[in-house]
Structures are given as structure tokens and as C-alpha cells.
Design a binder for this molecule. Sequence first.
Ligand code: MN
Length: 269
Amino acid sequence: MSKATDPATLLKGLAQSLSSGAIRVIDLTHTLDPDFPVIVLPPEFGQCARFRMEEVSAYDHRGPAWKWNNFTCSEHTGTHFDAPVHWVSGRDLPDNCVDTIPVDKFVGPACVIDCSDGASKDDDFELTPEIITAWEAEHGQIPEDAWVLMRTDWSKRRGDAYLNMREDGPHSPGPTPEAVRLLVEERGIRGFGTETVGTDAGQGMHYTPPYPAHYILHGAGRYGLQCLNNLDRLPATGALICAAPLKIKQGTGSPLRVLALVTDDGGEP
Ligand code: MN
């Protein structure tokens, strides 16, 4: 093994590059805030809780020298991770909860497919196999065990425009079943991430199977990331993603801080 590729040398170089700014850290996370929308299901189903914070003390009679808060939220509130056990298709898989997923799965490369132009013109924009293969013609084949992130610039929306609810339910972009199958079965991706409230399109219930990203990803033991931010600051290839959920016993998901390491040249080959 040459010195340049010796793991200890690589790790030392990474630390130096982070220190010098040659490698930058980009925050792909929204702030946990009671106003940030959560997914809303039809009223006959149980509902996901928004983030709530309660002050325990603030340098006062409840605690003169310290300030701290209690908070509550769903496992699926804000920028969050979906584990395979989240969906019925992944319920019996091994290591399917956030506390049992091998930790090396929390650090890995990301490919970013820019769908922002299409999503700006069509709230129900679909990521299709044709878009994926066109992306690969430009950037190379998606490597095995990579995150694939669907950029839509949906993270720039505020208030009601984020869920974009209409009488027939939410309208937001997402992948077709064929696109998810290509990514999971032929490319062997680690997971799929979006800027919207779910990995599936707002109208994803109308596909076969319903909610194909959830059904196919989690049925194959793969992961989801939702409510991502700042995907417009990532290169198409070359970013390294750190996405480690909280270690909740048998947890189905977790809010988390998602960080991307990028180089100034964008890491493009
Ligand atoms: Mn979720």
C-alpha cells in the first residue's frame, strides 16, 4: 500500500483538509422548530407530532446557574432518518431499527440528482428511470451503497407551500416505482433522500405499490432521509454524507443533523 493511500495518512489528510478549509462541511439540516411542518395523514390515522420545547429552568428559581429544556417530537419530525422497520415491508428484516443499523452505514457518498427545474414547473414532478440514466450519462453510474439525493429546491418553500395540501391531499415531487426499483435493485443504493416531507411524492398513494419509495427501499433494508436542506450547495458527485440517527431503542427513525463534506472543486472527476 502506498503512503498516499494508507488509511492513517488519509485520515490525517482529512483532518488537515477540514482545518484548512479545503474540505468544507455543509449543513443539510433544517432547524427543529414548532413551526416546521410535519407530514399530515388522513384523519382516520394516527398523526406525527411537531417539535415542542418546554423550558425547565433559565438561570432562575428553578435552577439559578443553568438553563435547559425538555423537548418532544415524533421520530419523523424535521430533517430525519427512516429505518427499514418504519414500513411494513421491512418489519422483519435484521438490523432494521435505528439502534441496530451498522454504524458504518451512517457515513457514505452521495449522488445528487437535480430535479429543481422540473419541480419548479410541476408540483407533482416525478423522478423517472430516464432522468436517472440521463444523469448517469453525464456523471457516471451511481456507485453501489451510495446515497441518492433528489434535489427539488422544495426546502426553500415556507408555510403551507411546503406540504402543499389540496382537497385530494399533498402535492410534492417524488420518484416513480420504476425509478426506486432501478436505484435499489440495479444500483444497490444505500438510501434515498429528499427535500420534501417524505421520500415519496405527495400523491405517492396512487402508485403501485402505494408509497413505492417507502415500500421498496425499506423492504430491501435501505434507508430514507427527508426534509433535507441545502441540496443546491452539493455537487452532483463527490460529497461524503454523515447521517447518524439517534440511538432510540427499536426506533423507526429519528431527527438528526445531516452533514456533507465537499471539496472546493465539487469533487467532480
Ligand atoms: Mn419518515
